[in-house]
Design a protein around this ligand. Structure first.
Ligand SMILES: [Zn+2]
Length: 347
C-alpha cells in the first residue's frame, strides 16, 4: 500500500517513512474491539491471532477481475510448535475464483493433513482495508463447515487503517434447515394451488439430474416467477466435481428467458426426509432475491418439504446471514442491467 501511494509523491514517502519508523512492533498494535474481547479470553490465542494478522498482510493474491484482495491466515499448533499458514484469492477468466479462506484451509491440509485442519484450525483471520459485516460466500461456508471444527471456529477481521480487530463466530453464518419456520399451505406468500404445482414440479425434477456420486442428498427444485412461469432443475454431478446445484440451475434458466424476478422456490429431497440446501445454492438464491429487492418486490420465498405434506419456509436473506451480492458491490450497474434486460413477457 505504501509503495503505491508514495510512488507519486516524495513528500508522502517522507511522511510514511517517519510513520513506519515511529510505529511500535505491529503485533503489539492490534487491538480487539470490546465486543470481541469476550470471544477470545485466552492471551495465547490472542497472540496467535495477532501473529496471523501480521502474516496475512503479506499474503499473495491475484484478483484480476474485482481487484478485491482477500488476504487470509491462521496459526496451527502441530507437535507443540506454532505454524503460520497463508491463503489468498485468485480470479480467472469468467468470474471464477479460488477464494482466500478455501485457499487457506486447503493449504493447511496440504502441509499438515486433514486431521490438523479439523482439530487445530481455531480461527481464520483476514487482513482488510476495511472490515464490513459480510461473511464468507456460500461455497466457502460449505467448505469451512465440511473441513473444520466449525462450531468453535472464529472469524477475525483486522482493519489495516487503525488495527482494530473484530472477532465473530463462524456458526453465526449458518442456519440449519431445522431452523426454517414450520409452514402450512395457507400461511405462505403463494397460494395452496401454486404450492402444489411447485411441489409436484420439484419432485418430478428430482427423478432426473445426474447422480453418479450423489448417492444421498439428491434434490430437485422448482421456482415460480412473477410472470407466472415455472422453472425447475435437479442436482447434477460430474467427474471434475463441479456440482451443478438445483436452485442455481433453475435461476439460470429463468435468467436465460430474461425472467429475473422469482416469487418462490420449493425444494424436495428423498420422500420422508428434509432436503439439505447447500450454502452455495443459497448464494445463488440470495443474489436473485437481491434483484427483487432492487425492483421493490418481496424477497423470494424459500420453501422446503419432506414430501409428506409438511413444509418449512424462510427467505434466502434469513438462510444466508451476513451475505453479499452484486447489489452491494455495484448497485448502479445492477439497476442499469435489470432495466436494460426487461423481458417483454416478464414483469
Ligand atoms: Zn468464498
Amino acid at each position: 500500500m505504501i509503495r503505491t501511494i508514495a510512488s507519486g509523491s516524495l513528500f508522502l514517502i517522507a511522511i510514511f517513512a517517519a510513520l513506519a519508523a515511529s510505529r511500535p512492533p505491529s503485533a503489539a498494535s492490534w487491538r480487539l474491539t470490546s465486543e470481541s474481547e469476550a470471544l477470545v479470553p485466552d492471551a495465547a490465542l490472542r497472540a496467535q491471532i495477532f501473529r496471523a494478522l501480521d502474516a496475512a498482510e503479506g499474503a499473495g493474491t491475484d484478483p484480476s477481475i474485482s481487484h478485491f484482495k482477500v488476504r487470509a491466515a491462521t496459526v496451527v499448533t502441530v507437535s507443540n510448535e506454532d505454524h503460520v499458514v497463508l491463503g489468498g484469492n485468485t480470479e480467472y477468466e469468467v468470474p471464477e475464483a479460488i477464494h482466500g479462506e478455501s485457499s487457506l484451509l486447503n493449504h493447511v491440509t496440504a502441509l499438515y493433513g486433514p486431521d490438523v485442519t479439523r482439530r487445530a484450525v481455531r480461527f481464520v483471520v483476514f487482513f482488510s482495508q476495511r472490515c464490513g459485516v459480510s461473511g464468507s460466500c456460500g461455497d466457502c461456508r460449505d467448505f469451512q463447515h465440511a473441513v473444520t471444527d466449525y462450531s468453535h471456529l472464529l472469524i477475525v477481521c483486522g482493519q489495516a487503517s487503525d488495527h482494530t480487530v473484530r472477532v465473530t463466530r463462524f456458526a453465526d453464518q449458518l442456519v440449519d434447515e431445522d431452523k426454517f419456520a414450520a409452514a402450512t399451505p395457507d400461511s405462505l406468500s403463494i397460494t395452496p394451488g401454486e404450492l402444489a404445482r411447485l411441489t409436484q414440479s420439484a419432485a418430478e425434477a428430482r427423478l432426473g439430474g445426474v447422480t453418479l456420486f450423489t448417492t444421498a442428498r439428491h434434490t430437485g427444485a422448482a421456482g415460480l416467477s412473477f410472470s407466472g412461469k415455472i422453472y425447475r432443475a435437479a442436482g447434477g454431478d460430474d467427474a471434475a466435481f463441479h456440482y451443478r446445484f438445483p436452485i442455481g440451475g433453475l435461476l439460470q434458466q429463468a435468467a436465460t428467458e430474461r425472467d429475473y424476478f422469482l416469487r418462490a422456490i420449493v425444494v424436495v429431497g428423498e420422500k420422508g426426509q428434509w432436503p439439505v440446501i447447500n450454502y452455495r445454492d443459497r448464494q445463488y438464491g440470495y443474489e436473485s432475491s437481491s434483484f427483487n429487492h432492487e425492483a421493490g418486490k418481496s424477497p423470494i420465498a424459500l420453501i422446503i418439504t419432506d414430501g409428506l405434506g409438511h413444509y418449512r419456509a424462510t427467505t434466502f436473506e434469513a438462510a444466508l446471514p451476513h451475505a453479499f451480492s452484486t447489489a452491494n458491490f455495484m448497485p448502479q450497474a445492477l439497476k442499469d442491467f435489470l432495466n436494460s434486460h426487461q423481458s417483454p413477457t416478464a414483469k
